[in-house]
Design a protein around this ligand. Sequence first.
Ligand code: COA
Ligand code: ZN
Length: 320
Amino acid sequence: MKKIFFNEVATRDGFQIEPTFIPTDTKVTLVDSLSACGYAKIEVTSFTSPKAIPMLRDADELMGRIRRMPGVEYTVLVPNLRGAERALEAKADELNLVMSVSETHNLSNLRMPMTRSFIVLSEVIRMVNGYTPINVSLSCCFGCPMEGDVAQSAVLDLASRFADLGVRGITVCDTTGMGYPSQVGRMVEALQQRLLQLHPQLQLTLHFHNTRGMGLVNVLAAARGGITRFDGSLGGLGGCPYAPGASGNISSEDAIHMLIAEGYETGIDLNMLLPIARQIPHIVGHEVPGQVAKAGRITDLHTAPAYVEEIRKEWSDAQV
Ligand code: COA
Ligand code: ZN
């Protein structure tokens, strides 16, 4: 059975686009309960400007209050040097640096050109100097909602430049759900042939949004291509507030349920996760897209209506 490493991003990507502030106590309780479910990693929050992402303005306090479960990595999103300093102060297990492969999205989201982001993030990598593992999330790898097509070679080039700087992992993000399965398959093949060949230890993660209903089929395309690390958000919450038309990540519980059905070993206990997923609409105050929390697992069967037994009996007595 192939092992999958799942990263829960509900309290970062999931919450960052929510309009109503979620209290720190609620975030602490949620992260602590997710810690017991078997995740490889939890992206707890982001150390961004509180003006840019007001929902996550409590990042320092949240990181200080969560209970760290051995075996689970607690990562945080970081856009600049100030964010990296805060993340190190908060003793994050990993810094997840972020920039876009689309110039327009980078300007919109991070308010600087890609060349500047690369310099800033290179400085962070030098400053951290192997002390804390670094992952780099590259936004808009399968298309940009403002620029359109993004060349596969642009993704590979930027990923290679970060790999050359010695980062531990790269996350290839479909920020606004523009990717489709054959494109994902080609991207995964290229990443393996042109990036992992040179950097075999690099941890490669795929990050999908379900904006156009292709999230889970893209997960499957990537998993079948050999990818073992995925991001997902409980309930299917999420989206980048600075990418027009952004909507939810793939729902973690739906993706995990699918991967288990397909014979993958996720290490996640759905009996524990689904009751937590069912709390999400109460936490955010609205319905969420996740399906399995509503429908139950494929193994959660229903009792047949009472009349079925009578019909069964009638037919067994009758000549068919
Ligand atoms: N943490 C806390 N505060 C920060 C910060 C950080 N990492 N980076 C900057 N700031 C503060 C500055 O101190 C300054 O505060 P002031 O106005 O009180 O003096 C203010 O934010 C502006 O700083 P500046 O360096 O000019 O940043 P900017 O306005 O050019 O914005 C980013 C750049 C990267 C900080 C901002 O765009 C950002 O945080 N973006 C994150 C977007 C995001 O998370 N999107 C979703 C995930 S993909
Ligand atoms: Zn995302």
